[in-house]
Write a protein that binds this ligand. Structure first.
Ligand code: ACO
Length: 332
């Protein structure tokens, strides 16, 4: 088997200070701490203030990752931002982040893969570095999901939170450490199960006053139980394929880091993959679903508390709107 092309040389994260607890949500919509905890595993989430955008959060996480890698913003060759909550539709959020960070020598672009976006970004960075088009890449997942949920809809508002996470990737050495396998997939035929209509409705040529956006305007619409089933099926598939490609088995995995969408999805994926929960990273209780930020934030925290060490084998798996899904095996 060929060796890894890239390794992760720096990780960073940023979350807003404001914590929104389940008991606060009980006062806003018809829900309960007990329902949210048992159905999702979420106890609290972070919410950014009005002035803080996804680009602001991404730039802070990106600078932290560069600092961790011992790099300056001007050193970045490729700046890839995964987000479902861009500050504006033009230009790319990555370009705003580039300007904020002063990463003036980079090519900057967005990846629109919802919760899977950061893993797609790792794949793209691997291709850019592997073909010699970049010497390094900064991949940021940043989301201000609080800005696109319907705050009156109990079925979605309890699920999401705001956060940003980032990693730097550089060429791997010959010691076998780095990204050893990756897998990506999507199925656009299931896009209507989890989507957000555009602000001007599904037909932008119709004047906005006659556009029917449905309940809640242009906020997230989700068929929860259908998404749940697809998420489990797809994450299991992705886990199996990446492990096989890496020539490893579940027993070799030191830490499964799944996208933090719902504790029951995480538990089902771990069970199917044959990985006990004591080798599964969970922080959904503190952040909720932060979409593309959830895996890089998890990597940052897991390393900070010693769960990731040199040589640790990580299995990263994500699923999101699209539907999109992807996985990676990393030997740290
Ligand atoms: N509080 C109290 N009751 C609620 C709430 C709430 N916040 N939300 C829904 N309910 C009610 C429903 O109205 C329904 O009531 P009814 O039986 O009287 O009709 C009941 O709870 C059960 O609703 P279900 O939707 O069947 O509940 P389920 O057990 O499927 O849990 C959930 C819902 C948590 C949304 C689950 O389906 C889920 O997690 N799905 C996946 C969601 C997800 O992960 N999305 C993102 C993945 S991709 C990405 O990250 C972007």
């Amino acid at each position: 088997m060929k060796g890894p092309i890239v390794r992760m040389s720096g990780v960073g994260m940023w979350v807003p200070e404001r914590v929104l607890t389940n008991s606060e949500l009980e006062k806003m919509v018809d829900t309960s701490d007990e329902w949210i905890t048992t159905r999702t595993g979420i106890k609290e989430r972070r919410i950014a203030d009005e002035k803080t955008t996804a680009a602001d959060m991404g730039a802070r996480a990106g600078l932290a990752a560069l600092d961790d890698a011992g790099m300056a913003p001007e050193d970045v060759d490729a700046l890839i931002v995964a987000t479902a909550t861009p500050d504006r539709l033009l230009p790319a959020t990555a370009c705003d982040v580039q300007a904020m960070m002063g990463a003036k020598n980079a090519v900057a672009f967005d990846v629109w893969g919802a919760c899977t976006g950061w893993l797609y970004g790792i794949n793209i960075a691997q291709g850019l570095i592997g073909t010699g088009q970049a010497r390094n890449a900064l991949i940021i997942g940043t989301e201000k999901l609080s800005s696109i949920v319907d705050w009156k809809d109990r079925s979605t508002v309890v699920l999401f939170g705001d956060a940003a996470g980032a990693t730097v990737v550089v060429p791997a050495a010959t010691d076998g450490r780095g990204v050893v396998a990756t897998y990506m997939k999507s199925d656009g035929s299931l896009g209507d199960l989890l989507f957000r209509p555009p602000a001007r409705g599904l037909n932008p040529s119709i004047p906005i006053d006659v556009v029917a956006l449905g309940e809640g305007g242009n906020t997230i619409k989700m068929a929860g139980p259908e998404v749940f089933k697809s998420a489990v099926r797809s994450m299991c598939e992705a886990a199996e394929i990446a492990l096989k490609d890496a020539g490893l088995t579940a027993g070799d995995v030191d830490l499964l880091i799944p996208h933090q969408a719902n504790i029951r999805i995480i538990e089902a994926t771990a069970k199917y993959a044959g990985i006990p929960m004591d080798r599964v990273w969970v922080n959904i209780d503190r952040y909720g679903n932060t979409s593309s930020a959830s895996i890089p934030v998890s990597i940052y925290e897991a390393r900070a508390c010693g769960r990731i060490q040199a040589g640790s084998v990580l299995l990263l798996v994500a699923f999101g709107s699209g539907f999109t899904w992807a996985s990676a095996v990393v030997r740290w």
